[in-house]
Design a protein around this ligand. Structure first.
Ligand code: ATP
Length: 593
């Protein structure tokens, strides 16, 4: 770990100044060629059906690459959303004689609304509960499709479904579906580079860290779910027009599992993987058709094929290929740039930045924090110390909103934040690091720090968009001495450096108050000295720090003010040297060492 050695003008990665549509022109040219081929090549009916199915299914599977690949949430009801789109076009263009485009739009909207509703009512659950709820939703939708005969025609399904006037021929309609696939694929491909996409990745990697970095975790999950459902609806609408017939068995739970398998097989993290998985799962049964004469053999080989791919390529086929390509790809160079990191905490609430009054947190009968008062003065370092289990981390968790206070009041810079969720406290100016490092492990150092810089209310990010964000993140990384390694993945950093990246992430957000939870834990003596230097440089810029640490040398040298907890209660508070000499502190904490 080397801090301070790079406290010089920050370097920013080379960011292309060419507009996106110029940089991505090869994609659009390739897509246009494929659309032209789909429109002009002469396919027989069998091939046309396979292509139509692969194209429309791929769009539904793109939805799973958003909700599962990007945001880490399971959805076992994609076939239901697919069905919403399909029935909207089916019923709309036949029974209701409505315009195809209107029906397609309605199908997408109904799926989006159902996805958002399902997400809002279930996404606080997560894990296997979420899986169970989506399965139940899928089953209900299938039952409605079968039994609401007045609307869906029941098991007979809807036939003679219309197409738009522009694309009445099968070949023309296929070309239209391929064009839609290319557009949706492009959007999903670039979603990770947007603010919403970054938030989804952060939520997938570490929900707690995402929340304390200003991301509204619940809303991000709901958006991901709604986007997934809308893509399912769009795909279903296109499918209905392509095959002119829909029936409930096409949208059953088994189909949802097929969609999921397609995305896992190809690689759920990327739309390329989704398209590969979809193509393979549609083509493999066709390739193995000649085995159908032997009962059971076809299914056994099909199943074995899928199991082998998932066993030996856990990230899917594209995940495997992308990892191999990554080894050969040259790392993006950083280019010299701009200015040193500036910390300009807002100063609006007088001399006291943080006022904690009568704070308690009880776990059942255990009073982990018991009626604690803390007043943190603006500027400088305030330490919160105490023996193991005295309630320090619990206090920090209550301050940052990870735990709900049993009682008491927390005021940050004049604003009562007691009942705010974590992301709102972060927006109000709270930054923090964790005792057990919580970085976004699938991202590079720079991407991690960019998430911090993107904090709502960060006045240091102007309207410069992505470039300003990158610049700010580079300044913070350079401030902690890691600017030259900005584009390396988190997993390549030592434990000490990961701590520094976590601090850089908090600094990039330009907080009013920085909470550091045992930043020296696990560091060797040299690293601790460097950490001390870093704290001095942060404090020199006027940023207020509330630090927890067991290292008394670090605490006594860095902190001007100390609060001591024991068994959840405050036993001393005041100027550092006086507190450390306090007889209660000596016996409760220092004496125990
Ligand atoms: N989520 C929880 N559920 C139940 N009890 C908890 C929870 N979190 C903490 N505790 C309990 O609260 C008490 C205070 O724990 P806390 O982690 O805040 O102490 P600490 O002072 O930070 O300790 P250390 O210095 O070892 O990190 C402990 O008895 C702990 O077991």
């Amino acid at each position: 770990m080397s801090v301070g050695s790079e406290n010089m003008p920050a370097a920013a990665p080379a960011v292309s100044t060419r507009p996106a549509f110029v940089r991505h022109a090869p994609y659009f040219i390739a897509a246009a060629i494929v659309v032209a081929l789909a429109a002009t090549m002469q396919f027989d009916g069998y091939v046309l059906n396979i292509l139509m199915q692969a194209t429309t299914f791929s769009i539904a599977v793109f939805g799973l690459s958003v909700v599962l690949g990007l945001c880490g949430q399971i959805n076992l009801a994609q076939a239901a959303f697919f069905g919403f789109g399909a029935y909207a076009v089916g019923i709309g263009t036949t029974d209701l004689q409505m315009n195809y485009w209107l029906c397609l739009g309605v199908g997408c909207l109904v799926a989006l609304a159902a996805g958002a509703f399902l997400g809002m009512s279930t996404l606080r659950l997560g894990g296997h509960y979420l899986a169970m709820v989506t399965i139940s939703f899928q089953q209900i939708v299938t039952l409605v499709m079968i039994n609401a005969i007045w609307l869906t025609h029941g098991p007979d399904g809807v036939s003679r479904i219309g197409r738009p006037a522009l694309f009445t021929t099968s070949q023309g309609y296929l070309a239209f579906c391929v064009a839609m696939l290319a557009i949706v694929g492009y959007l999903v491909w670039h979603l990770p580079d947007t603010k919403l996409g970054r938030a989804m990745r952060a939520v997938r990697d570490n929900e707690l860290a995402a929340g304390v970095n200003g991301i509204d975790v619940f809303r991000t999950k709901v958006y991901a779910f709604a986007i997934c459902a809308a893509l399912g609806g769009l795909a279903g609408g296109l499918f209905a027009g392509g095959f002119a017939y829909v029936s409930p068995d096409q949208f059953s739970f088994a189909e949802s599992i097929v969609f999921l398998t397609m995305s896992l097989l190809g690689g759920v993290a990327s739309p390329i993987g989704s398209a590969i998985g979809t193509g393979l799962l549609i083509l493999i049964p066709e390739w193995l058709r000649f085995l159908k004469s032997v009962p059971g053999l076809y299914l056994a080989i099909y199943g074995l094929f899928v199991i082998l791919i998932i066993r030996f390529m856990p990230d899917g086929i594209w995940g495997f290929v992308a990892a191999a390509l990554d080894k050969w790809r040259t790392k993006i160079k950083t280019s010299p740039a701009t200015k040193p990191l500036q910390l300009k905490p807002a100063a609006v609430g007088g001399g006291i930045v943080l006022e904690v009054q009568g704070l308690s947190k009880h776990f059942g009968g255990l009073k982990a924090v018991d009626n604690v008062d803390i007043a943190v003065r603006r500027g400088g370092v305030h330490a919160l110390i105490g023996p193991n289990g005295s309630g320090k981390t619990t206090t920090l968790n209550v301050l940052s909103g990870l735990y709900k206070a049993t009682s008491g009041r927390i005021v940050l810079d004049g604003v009562d934040i007691t009942t705010m969720p974590p992301h709102q406290r972060t927006a109000a100016g709270l930054g923090r690091t964790f005792q057990n490092i919580r970085l976004f492990r699938s991202m590079t150092a720079l991407e991690n720090v960019e998430i911090g810089a993107e904090r709502p209310g960060n006045t240091m990010i102007g309207a410069g968009g992505g470039a300003a964000l990158t610049e700010r993140a580079m300044e913070a990384l350079t401030f902690v001495g890691l600017g030259s390694r900005a584009n390396e993945p988190i997993t390549s950093f030592s434990y000490g450096h990961q701590r520094l990246i976590e601090i850089a992430r908090a600094l990039a957000s330009n907080p009013t108050l920085l909470l550091l939870d045992e930043p020296a834990a696990g560091l060797n003596s040299t690293e601790k000295l460097e950490l001390h230097e870093l704290l001095k440089r942060i404090a020199a810029q006027g940023l207020t720090i509330l630090i927890i640490d067991h290292d008394m040398t670090l605490v006594s040298e860095a902190a001007q003010h100390i609060t001591v907890l024991n068994f959840g209660r405050r036993i001393a508070d005041g100027e550092s040297m006086a507190v450390l000499r306090h007889p209660d502190v000596v016996s409760a904490y220092l004496g125990s060492e």
